[in-house]
Design a protein around this ligand. Sequence first.
Ligand SMILES: *Cc1c(COP(=O)(O)O)cnc(C)c1O
Length: 433
Amino acid sequence: MNRNRSAALYEASREVLPGGVNSPVRAFGSVGMPPIFAARAKGSRIVDADGNEYLDYISSWGPMILGHASSIVHQGVEEVFDAGISYGLPTGKELDLARLIRELYPAAEMIRMVNSGTEATMSAIRLARGFTGRDKILKFEGCYHGHYDGLLVKSGSGTLTFNTPTSKGLPKAMIQDTLVAQYNGVHELKDVFANMGDQIAAVILEPVAGNMGVVAPTKEFLQELERLTKENGALLIFDEVITGFRLGLEGAAGLFGMKPDLVCFGKIIGGGLPVGAYGGRREIMEHVSPLGGVYQAGTLSGNPLAMHLGWNLLNHLKADPGIYDRMEDMAKLLEAGLIDAATKAGVEITVNRIGGMLSPFMTVGPVTTFSQVMTSDTQQYEVFFKAMLEEGILLPPSQYEGWFLSASHSREDVQRTIQAAQIAFQQVKEMAK
Ligand SMILES: *Cc1c(COP(=O)(O)O)cnc(C)c1O
């Protein structure tokens, strides 16, 4: 495949954009090749700057749940443009989307719209601190919540009180109140609460992790989270930026029958436009300004275009919830095909799948913790990724990201992917020799 135009765009971009991109994963650093520049997309297909077509499993990291350039999502967008796209005044469209979200996700009794997932988690943390009057927050290794300072930490030298920043530029003061524990680490969770339960404002987690590859929570982990936060007066924050409206109309909360105190959304709820939202119990949300003393604002928050696309998308999912079962069927088919292809080639993989999102880890498994995720052979993933790309299949350019199906991924698409995987796993095997 010829990718000269992508290569040229990348060279030119590196001159004006750090690393040539506006978000690091797009640089393809983890798969050791220059990035592909997108030109257009439709349904499950994406076409690059050189005119090569790929079957897409990135799906813009989740929002494209009805496929690219969906006429359902885009419906009526011209009227929105014609009416003007930002006023600095409230609009009925914000009310419409907020009501629809609340109807589908009842834990979000009140909602504040923002412009990104990062903004949602950052604001939810501030609100939790303002509401509880406590400073400490607990997060889990391998969960990503955007690039807010206080959440860019990983666990340090094994002690709970010392953590390590995952970025430069974070003053100690910004992260000293962030505690980090292992995802699915029930004992550690109990320890943290035993030691400082009365200082913890909130526990934030991805209720199904999607940013270390897909890792589901254990039942016990969720039960302990619910119990310990309640008993200690800490808030439970579900970061459903990926899982919201992907794992079902009520996201992970619905799947697990839980009711978080606060929830963060992003990605899907904007239908592909920049958006985020946080919401939760009325009594907590009433602390957000101008009603309460926790300040948070946004010039373009609730902008009519994002609200319109988000409403179109959620309203369609509500009208046709069978989409989730169909997507899951396709994902199951893909899961089975990947395992079969790997087994035939003699490559060890573990596929984690939940609903229409999955991750094949290049390791023996099981994969339920961050440490187990880290046993994956990233070299093998790189070979696999490149081989799939040559077969016209675009996967996430990192072992540690989820694959996202959309409603437009057909049985034929999945079968083609499995055929490609049979070739790709052979190449992985040959490399390993
Ligand atoms: C993508 C993501 C975020 C950050 O959202 P942005 O819109 O990129 O700021 C936060 N939490 C989770 C779980 C995410 O996957």
